[in-house]
Design a protein around this ligand. Structure first.
Ligand SMILES: [Zn+2]
Length: 326
């Protein structure tokens, strides 16, 4: 048959399909996905959540639609700590997704003060949107990871200070306490986003140690397992990110850390943009790739994972690792 006829026939068949039933959307699931616990796990990365879209900002309505898209496609959030612990206890047929927020801006987590004086999450901030979404979608939970700066400028200090965006300095610790109480994960993103590749070993230790001291002051005894590299830049002495210590001269207190997970700012040479399954021998918890969610990246990514059969799909049994079929 000549190519022109084949093309015409396919147009006609498409038209019939459209008339009798809704055609499946590209990437949409038509049958339950088969278990594949060696598939890839997307680690998403958000920065500002606010009024508009830009390279570093997600508009809040679009953010909510991201959550809806993930949920509709069968994704369920896990924290970075759960990922590296290989603790992915998900219902059969669903897939893990890791959602990370960097830089601790007020748009990620604002409080509003009620008339009776109590503080509640602003429903227009990411935490407010997330909690509202979780209420309407049982099983969604509160497993997101917040990579915080303890003392950067422009309100990037535990989600806002000095009245920036209406956020009081005194609300910083209660915000961290709120997140931990609700089951979110805290991750160290340094004191003020220092470019670690340009700092001395002592300065790197201070960037990590000071942030850890601040987190510990808010949530005493909290074990920080995850570290996010500012701008994805490694210090010359990479071992300092994995573990180290720093002593606060004022109090004489020594902070020590051993990170189980290190987040890059983009894809890695070894894994590409999407992380290997933690059950894959190539999985490297100390160099985890992330995908920045801008424009249509999320939808494109989910489509690609499904189309190529690379998507991690749970078999519902955390004791076994389901391998993809032939
Ligand atoms: Zn950052």
């Amino acid at each position: 048959m000549c190519p022109a006829v084949v093309a015409l026939l396919s147009v006609a068949l498409t038209a019939v399909g459209a008339a009798t039933s809704l055609p499946p959307r590209a990437g949409a699931q038509t049958s339950p996905p088969r278990p594949n616990e060696l598939g890839r796990v997307p680690i998403l990365e958000y920065h500002l959540i606010g009024d508009r879209e830009s390279r570093w900002s997600r508009e809040r309505g679009t953010f909510r639609r991201d959550l809806e898209l993930l949920h509709r496609r069968g994704y369920r959030p896990v924290t970075v700590a759960e990922l590296v612990s290989r603790r992915l206890d998900l219902p059969a047929g669903t897939s893990p997704v890791v959602v990370t927020f960097d830089d601790a801006s007020p748009g990620q987590f604002s409080f509003i003060r009620r008339a009776d004086g109590t503080l509640v999450p602003d429903p227009t901030s990411a935490v407010g949107i997330w909690l509202d979404f979780a209420k309407a979608h049982p099983g969604w939970g509160t497993k997101a990871t917040f990579c915080v700066l303890s003392n950067a400028t422009y309100g990037h200090a535990f989600f806002g200070d000095k009245g920036i965006n209406g956020q009081e300095t005194a609300w910083r610790f209660p915000k961290l306490q709120f997140l931990v109480r609700r089951g979110f994960e805290l991750c160290n993103h340094t004191l003020w986003h220092g470019k670690l590749d340009r700092l001395s070993d002592d300065e790197v230790r201070a960037q990590i140690g000071r942030a850890q001291l601040a987190i510990d002051s808010a949530v005493p005894g909290y074990r920080v397992r995850t570290f996010a590299l500012p701008l994805g830049l490694w210090p010359r002495n990479r071992g300092l990110v994995r573990g180290g210590s720093w002593t606060d001269r004022t109090s004489g207190r020594t902070m020590t850390w051993t990170h189980d997970a290190v987040l890059e700012v983009a894809g890695t040479k070894a894994a590409g943009p999407v992380s290997y399954s933690p059950h894959d021998p190539r999985f490297d918890p100390l160099s985890l790739p992330r995908v920045q969610v801008v424009g249509k990246t999320l939808e494109t990514l989910l489509d690609r994972l499904e189309r190529t059969g690379q998507r991690y799909v749970s078999d519902g049994d955390p004791r076994t690792v389901a391998k993809p079929g032939p």
